[in-house]
Design a protein around this ligand. Structure first.
Ligand code: G6P
Ligand code: MG
Length: 222
């Protein structure tokens, strides 16, 4: 049997950091004189910090000099870091640890594939760092999801063929990136939104060990 690798997105898959990103973006929007809603925050899932700021400024119809843009990027991240400061393992999403344990017991290589530049400190805070054989984050990539770069680097680091990798993602752009990498894509969240995924689950509590086992044995993508 050919070896299989598993790649996890971070935000929205392992931990629910979207709420902290939202608070930090909303604070900046309010300072700049406009509202930023939770619905608008949905557009930011899986999207790089730089692109998020561009979208935010479009929403508020704010024109920025390069210097202001850079300052606001830093300001948002300082606020975000303050919000995540107190994160601990109680913020791991339900059954994520069970799935990681299952894969570890079977000696399956595991990677992180995230757009976040804060991925490593977050994994440290929630005590999950030891599960990961490779961490590919916003510091390691040049092209954002839906480009497959982040997942291809992860597969390469694990020494596993791309078409033998399985990706867990909560963002449309992430599912598209996994599909573009020719990996098995598993949507975590709303199946109507993540309708391009090969499989869909609302969360990991719905994912049985038997399903995970089937991924270890299945014929992978051509
Ligand atoms: C994840 C989140 C996005 C966030 C991006 C960059 O993909 O879903 O909302 O903008 O990471 O995160 P960072 O921690 O580098 O600002
Ligand atoms: Mg995500």
């Amino acid at each position: 049997m050919e070896k299989v690798g598993f790649i996890f997105d971070l935000d929205g898959v392992i931990v629910d950091t979207a709420k902290y990103h939202y608070l930090a973006w909303r604070k900046l929007a309010n300072e700049l004189g406009f509202e930023f809603t939770k619905e608008q925050n949905e557009l930011f899932k899986g999207v790089s910090r730089k692109r998020c700021l561009e979208i935010l400024l479009d929403i508020g119809n704010v024109k920025a000099t390069q210097e202001q843009f850079d300052t606001w990027m830093v300001e948002k991240n300082v606020d975000y870091l303050a919000y995540i400061e107190k994160m601990d393992s109680s913020e791991i999403l339900p059954d994520v640890t069970r799935v990681l344990e299952y894969l570890k017991k079977k000696n399956i290589p595991i990677a992180l594939g995230s757009a976040s530049k804060n991925a490593r400190p977050i994994l440290e805070k929630v005590d999950l760092l030891p599960y990961f054989d490779s961490i590919v984050d916003g510091n390691s990539v040049t092209k954002a999801k839906p480009d497959p770069e982040v997942f291809l680097i992860a597969a390469n680091n694990l020494g596993i063929a791309a078409n033998s990798c399985v990706v867990f993602e909560d963002a449309v752009a992430g599912i598209q990136a996994a599909n573009a990498a020719n990996m098995v894509s598993i949507g975590i969240g709303d199946a109507d939104i993540l309708n391009e995924a090969d499989y869909n689950f609302n969360d990991f509590t719905e994912m049985t060990d038997d399903f995970l086992k089937s991924l270890l044995n299945k014929e992978h993508k051509a």
